[in-house]
Design a protein around this ligand. Structure first.
Ligand code: NDP
Length: 485
């Protein structure tokens, strides 16, 4: 049987598609219909070995090129990606179920931004010179070697590029393992990088479940692991990487606060809460799912939010007027349903939605709970679905204290017209990314990542270079050696 999105083979290693049907079968399901649209096989130990061997060999050749040469390849890949944006967006929609209206502007385009940005930086990665009298030290900023990237299922193209672009700019090679739920898009990134001139083996993709990721992380040829995933997975991967003293970047989950003061512009605050909860059907790590609303604006906020949610167009993600798609999988929809049932059982008020849609695919309504308290499970656990919780607060001090009362620290937002209060809140939030009068923008120029249990390290921005390179000091003596005996 042939499927519309069936890749040539499961893995992309050393510049070619590779198959080993002895690996476990992974069926790729289109979330809007629940139908199988492709099949891949998990990597066997032989495939994992082949990928790591190719990356180890190719990395030396890639690192020997100048930064400007590497940058040119990445920028060419960015151009190809933009030219093929529509095809890549359709594939992203098949892989994730996210509406084409979103994927056309947020996925391959974001990947292309990363390739372009780090392509531009590749020639500017330098060490420094430290004068010590006549002697001096110079530092070399060197690649780490072979990096493993492991992705979540919500942004498969973007995650592959956010990890691959800085890694490659710095002269590393990468073996990338997508989520088993969305295995297709990263293969296209690998094809495009090769076409753009990256030597075979510099960017490889292997499929598989957690066990394949774990094998990669444990391999002595690997110098660094960059994971995007949940906190429990992060704990396992971080511990496994520590065993081999490997570098890590951990982009993990969140339960971020969004604080709306009485003086906020109502329409903007509602728009911000929508961006913070319902884009990609709520499957965004940085979502501001704990929406703290001050008493004076609360009633108007809830009324306007529900009015605007009535305008959602849920349905066929390939229809460009659709702006709300299904959950990525039946499993994830069940998880979200479970949280909704728990919110009701704990006594929160269901102000909007809450129902599964009786049609094919994994659709669920956007859901708003009000009268939520800090101790409820829906206010504490990451749901990773379209469930917004409204909590009430009295003053700034209380809002900040309760915002920070969480193990997570990925993002936080504030809506207010009071300039100094906005900056006080941003300074007080225990979070890697803060928003003032907006939410969930992640430009490649700005660092992105979590504090507390939400992660280690930063992606994007010049800062990412620190996480894909190591510094070597070279001491140069200009005079005779003075030894004690
Ligand atoms: P998971 O943590 O379940 O999985 C993440 C990846 O890790 C998958 O590729 C998974 O493989 C793999 N994996 C699982 N176990 C292991 C292991 N022991 N060793 C190595 N790899 C392993 O996350 P989801 O895919 O469910 O994604 C949702 C989570 O990702 C949410 O918590 C979300 O907040 C977070 N996320 C964070 C982002 C950030 O930038 N901070 C951005 C996007 C999402 P497989 O899926 O095949 O089992």
């Amino acid at each position: 049987m042939t499927y519309p999105t069936q890749p040539t083979a499961s893995h992309f290693i050393d510049g070619v598609y590779v198959e080993d049907t002895r690996g476990d079968l992974i069926e790729v399901i289109y979330p809007a219909t629940g139908k199988v649209i492709a099949q891949v096989h998990a990597a066997t130990p032989a495939i994992i070995d082949q990928a790591l061997a190719a990356a180890t060999r190719a990395q030396k050749q890639w690192a020997a090129m100048t930064g400007a040469e590497r940058g040119r390849v990445l920028r060419r890949a960015s151009d190809i990606m933009r030219t093929r944006n529509r095809d890549l967006s359709v594939l992203e929609t098949y892989d994730t179920g996210k509406p084409l209206q979103e994927t056309l502007v947020a996925d391959a385009t974001s990947g292309a931004d990363a390739l372009e940005y780090f392509g531009g930086l590749a020639g500017a990665i330098t060490g420094e010179h430290i004068q010590l009298g006549d002697d001096f030290v110079y530092t070399r900023r060197e690649p780490l070697g072979v990096c493993v990237g492991i992705g979540a299922w919500n942004y498969p193209t973007q995650i592959a590029c956010w990890k691959g672009a800085p890694a490659l700019a710095c002269g590393n090679a990468m073996v990338f393992k997508p989520s088993e739920t969305t295995p297709l898009c990263a293969l296209k990134v690998a094809e495009i990088l090769l076409e753009a001139g990256a030597p075979a083996g510099v960017f490889n993709v292997v499929q598989g479940m957690g066990a394949v990721g774990a094998s990669l992380v444990a391999d002595p040829r690997v110098a660094k692991v960059s994971l995007t995933g949940s906190v429990p997975t992060g704990r396992k991967v971080y511990a496994a990487a520590a065993e081999g003293i490997r570098n890590v970047t951990m982009e993990l989950g969140g339960k971020s606060p969004l604080v709306i003061f009485d003086d906020a512009n109502l329409e903007d605050a509602v728009g911000g809460a929508i961006l913070a909860n319902f884009y990609s059907s709520g499957q965004v790590c940085s979502n501001g799912t704990r929406v703290f609303v001050q008493g004076g604006i609360r009633a108007a906020f809830i009324a306007r939010l529900c009015e605007r949610l009535d305008q959602i167009k849920m349905g066929d993600p390939m229809d460009e007027t659709t702006n709300f798609g299904p959950m990525v999988s039946e499993q994830q929809r069940k998880v979200v349903q479970g949280f909704i049932a728990q919110g009701i059982a704990e006594g929160a008020t269901l102000s909007y939605g809450g129902q599964v849609i009786d049609k094919e695919g994994f659709f669920i309504q956007p859901t708003v709970f009000s009268d939520v308290t800090d101790d409820m499970v829906i206010a504490r656990d990451e749901i990773f679905g379209p469930v917004l919780s409204i909590l009430s607060f009295r003053d700034e001090e209380e809002a900040l204290e309760r915002s920070n009362n969480t193990e997570f620290g990925l993002a936080a937002g504030v809506f207010t017209q009071d300039l100094t209060r906005a900056h006080r809140m941003a300074a007080g939030f225990e979070a890697g990314t803060c928003y003032i009068n907006t939410y969930n923008l992640a430009p490649v120029e700005a660092p992105f990542g979590g504090s507390k249990q939400s992660g280690v390290g930063r992606e994007n921005s010049k800062g990412a270079i620190e996480y894909y390179t190591q510094v070597k000091s070279v001491y140069v003596a200009m005079g005779p050696v003075e030894a004690p005996f």
